[in-house]
Design a protein around this ligand. Sequence first.
Ligand SMILES: [Zn+2]
Ligand SMILES: [Zn+2]
Length: 403
Amino acid sequence: MTQNATKVTFWGVRGSTPTVERDSWRYGGNTSCVELTTAGGGRFIFDCGTGLRMLGNHLRAVNGRWTKWRGDGGIEAHVLVTHYHWDHIQGIPFFHPFFEPQNRFHFYSFESKYLGRNSLRQVLEAQLAKPYFPVDVGTMAATRTFREITGGDQWDIEETHIRTVFLNHPQGCLGYRLDTPTGSVVYATDNEPGAPEFDDNLRQLAQGANVLIYDAQYSPEQLASTRKGWGHSCWLEGVKIACETKVKNLVLFHHDPDSSSTTVDGFLSAARQEFPATWAAMEGMSISLGTNGTEVVLPEARLGQRRRLCFLATVSGRTEDGMPFEEKATVRDISVQGAYLWLHHRPRLQSELRVVIDGPQQAGAGALALRATVTHCEARRSKDQNGVGVFFIEDAEPEPPRD
Ligand SMILES: [Zn+2]
Ligand SMILES: [Zn+2]
């Protein structure tokens, strides 16, 4: 697929372990996996958390089985692994393109002192060893190459320059910077601030980057108390680094499995007060860096939220014995996910709106008052109005009935 921008796509944004709780769905429950594609056709994958499965399904859908008969060599990607904790490797056995012979993958990570030479290769083979997985590594038909790297290394892959540094995390972790012809992206997750050598490493890596993807697992209060020494960071530290290194966009990443979407909303809005160009990583979100600037697109992801209300409705249909009917009914509860609005203003993506939908004037009816977050904005959808997609984020009491 050709494109004229560097595109970063988030397939897994959660830290530590995947989540399936309903209140975490909006940001997503898969663990770390971010894809970067360049205008020249280069494809990079940061980490192999459970989000990798989603990326595999996407690549299959895009490249499809027809690559086999097209004979174009299949999928090729450079897989940059930060470290070997479960949340960065667990997607490996579930990435379909690894099992197809026409594909080629080049893996990069560091030699772990606990594993010795060929650490990443060992990790990959161990994941598919008996009795952990039904088939062994011999079924991984794709061509795989492994390169051991270390902090401070830099190299080029076609038109992209790659740099790495070590971050402050138990058993080690690499941060990566990719400079592409249309923008620079730093992937620095799993890092605890406060160790001067590593703080300095990260600042050098992040200097002037278009996008800094940074560990924001905890609140500043947690980081200073109960989560001190756990190897992670917070939005406030991300903001400090972004300001000091003149980063253009900060992306809060590696959300805690116990953080609800509302908690992440709170981190984002606090960070935006200090550093307006902040985003909260969301599964399916993409950031394009091109000659026309930076474009962020959020996924369509609506979940039902139940709203108490008291609207009158006219309901018509057929009874059990087939007789047509029409009657006035009272709606006491409704599931609403989001809305599409036409607005003269252009609200910012991931900002909060208050939407009050007027109820009918009958007795007992009230207005539906909703908080919403902006997920989509289409300029001039109708004459001078923009099309704005919103997702409702919290149950609100109905407005009192009007007299
Ligand atoms: Zn992690
Ligand atoms: Zn880790």
